[in-house]
Design a protein around this ligand. Structure first.
Ligand SMILES: Cc1cc2nc3c(=O)[nH]c(=O)nc-3n(C[C@H](O)[C@H](O)[C@H](O)COP(=O)(O)OP(=O)(O)OC[C@H]3O[C@@H](n4cnc5c(N)ncnc54)[C@H](O)[C@@H]3O)c2cc1C
Length: 491
């Protein structure tokens, strides 16, 4: 198979990128490991954050910088927010009808989060984008590895009958989402196994700040999410003694940035045994939050009558494949956008609902940059790693215990020793390999990288909290993996 642009992933970043490339007459092939609508995008509840007007741009930027705790690249953030207006108009022109007025969410100083379908924002957005896509989407095909010579020139895919398909392309855009499935409790869908990170790393791209994983403060026991917007609408957090505790931790109380709320919940769970979210004060709860109500009922809980048990769950990869403002990874022919990428927009902590916005803006930019940079060559398939899927249970337990909301050196070392002890087999992509084995290989590899990054980050900043280093270091730094080496890179 051949395409101008090969887009791996069909969430917001991949589909919006494909639309932009198609609009310029390019032949685009989109690949999705899972049937559509797929990815975290389809599960996003809160909405998309857009600055309301020019004046609000400065406030939105300030909120983004505050949440990002010294690691946001201000120029990157400003440029993404400046582009946001154009994308809001474009989406409206595509027929997307956001609800009015926009809502307020944690860390935002104003109500600027735009919803669709109540708490089904991501699904409705993705469906609207997919409706405009002309070209094919290969559903059920998993990218196993990239083709690489002088540049990245395509990918090897694993088809639904375990056949191997080679796709050659003028450029490749990774839009494969995050790695939540590395953790025992996560809000992410089953396909969030960090594939794109491993593919990019093997092709020579830099992986940055992998230890910066955002934990959503309020997930139900099965990982289903109670959106931040619920707290924006008036839900309150209670400890096992029935006390409302958030005002003791932050003046913004329930609307404090996510890392603050997640740690407060962790602490109250340690101190009192459990934490509950009381949604009963929200008028019209069933209409406004149908997904939350349905998820709770599926667990036999009734949010109209009782507060719900909640705990933090792995939610969003703040780090990722390092890119520039055009989604370029530094490896010729390879671009990345969306959650898999690290642009510098989120710093050390993503502001709620800034990720769908980033997926739109960077998806389009990466597609346009890639189209300027098309070239064909015949590359060799890079190797892949496979591991026993059964190994993941133990690994996830370690990740939950030692790489969660609160971390410390001894625990990280023990988890790393465990991850390093798990067998990983390296092989060329070939017929008959199983998706689960490759995903397990990715997760084992990523656990090793993430844990080593978490050890190297001897500070607490944003989503990363070290009990043994409770303060941020004097000067902020990134952790960057280049090949087998990880190092601090000061900003
Ligand atoms: C429950 C939940 C709620 C959220 N709520 C919000 C919100 O309200 N607002 C907000 O801004 N953000 C929210 N987020 C975060 C946001 O949804 C994601 O960061 C964003 O949707 C990621 O988009 P993406 O296009 O990068 O990747 P995804 O939407 O995750 O899409 C990834 C795509 O890549 C495919 N893929 C993966 N690996 C491979 C492979 N090897 N080969 C081929 N295809 C592959 C998948 O099948 C999928 O098609 C939420 C996340 C979750 C999980």
């Amino acid at each position: 198979m051949r395409a101008d642009l090969l887009v791996l992933g069909a969430g917001v970043a991949g589909v919006y990128a494909a639309l932009a490339a198609e609009a310029r007459g390019a032949r685009v092939l989109v690949v999705s490991k899972d049937p559509l609508p797929a990815g975290s995008t389809a599960w996003a509840q809160g909405g998309v954050a857009f600055p309301l007007d020019e004046a609000d741009l400065e406030d939105h930027l300030r909120d983004t910088l505050t949440a990002g705790r010294g690691l946001v690249e201000e120029g990157v953030a400003r440029s993404i927010l400046e582009d946001a207006f154009r994308h809001l108009e474009r989406l409206r022109a595509l027929g997307v009808r956001f609800e009015e007025p926009p809502a307020r969410e944690g860390g935002h100083s104003r109500p600027r989060v735009f919803h669709l379908g109540g708490d089904r924002s991501g699904l409705f957005l993705l469906q609207a984008l997919l409706a405009h896509l002309k070209g094919p989407v290969l559903e059920g095909y998993m990218a196993l590895s990239l083709l690489r010579g002088e540049r990245v020139s395509g990918a090897v895919l694993l088809g639904p009958s375990r056949e191997v398909v080679r796709v050659e392309a003028g450029a490749v855009l990774l839009a494969t989402g995050g790695l939540g499935r590395l953790f025992p409790v996560t809000t992410n869908p089953p396909g969030a196994t960090g594939d794109g990170l491993v593919l990019a790393w093997r092709a020579g791209a830099v992986l940055r700040d992998l230890e910066l994983v955002q934990f959503h403060p309020t997930a139900l026991p099965d990982g289903s999410l109670v959106t931040e917007a619920a707290r924006g609408a008036g839900a309150v957090l209670l400890n096992a003694l029935g006390e409302r505790f958030m005002p003791r931790y932050d003046p913004l109380a329930e609307l404090a940035p996510r890392d603050v709320v997640a740690r407060a919940i962790h602490q109250e769970r340690v101190n009192t045994g459990r934490v509950l979210l009381d949604l009963r004060g929200i008028p019209d709860l069933e209409r406004r939050f149908p997904t939350v109500v349905a998820s709770a009922r599926a667990l036999g809980l009734d949010p109209l009558r009782e507060p719900l048990p909640v705990a933090p769950a792995a939610h969003y990869l703040v780090g990722g494949v390092r890119t520039d403002l055009w989604g370029f990874t530094g490896v010729p022919g390879l671009y990345a956008a969306g959650e898999v990428a690290s642009t510098g927009f989120h710093g050390a902590n993503r502001l709620a609902s800034n990720s769908l916005l980033e997926g739109l803006v960077m998806g389009e930019r990466a597609a346009l940059a890639a189209l300027e940079d098309l070239a064909w060559e015949r590359g060799e398939a890079l190797p892949l790693a496979r591991a026993e899927p059964g190994a993941l249970e133990g690994l996830r337990r370690w990740m939950g215990l030692e790489a969660g909301v609160v971390r410390r050196k001894e625990g990280l070392l023990a988890a790393l020793a465990y991850a390093r002890g798990l067998p990983l087999e390296e092989l060329a992509p070939q017929e008959g390999v199983r998706r689960e084995e490759v995903e397990a290989g990715h997760l084992v590899l990523l656990a090793r990288l993430l844990l080593a990054g978490a050890l190297l980050r001897e500070e607490s900043r944003g989503v990363h909290f070290r009990e043994d280093f409770p303060w941020p270091s004097g000067r902020p730094y990134h952790t960057e993996w280049r090949g087998e080496r990880v190092e601090r890179v000061w900003v």
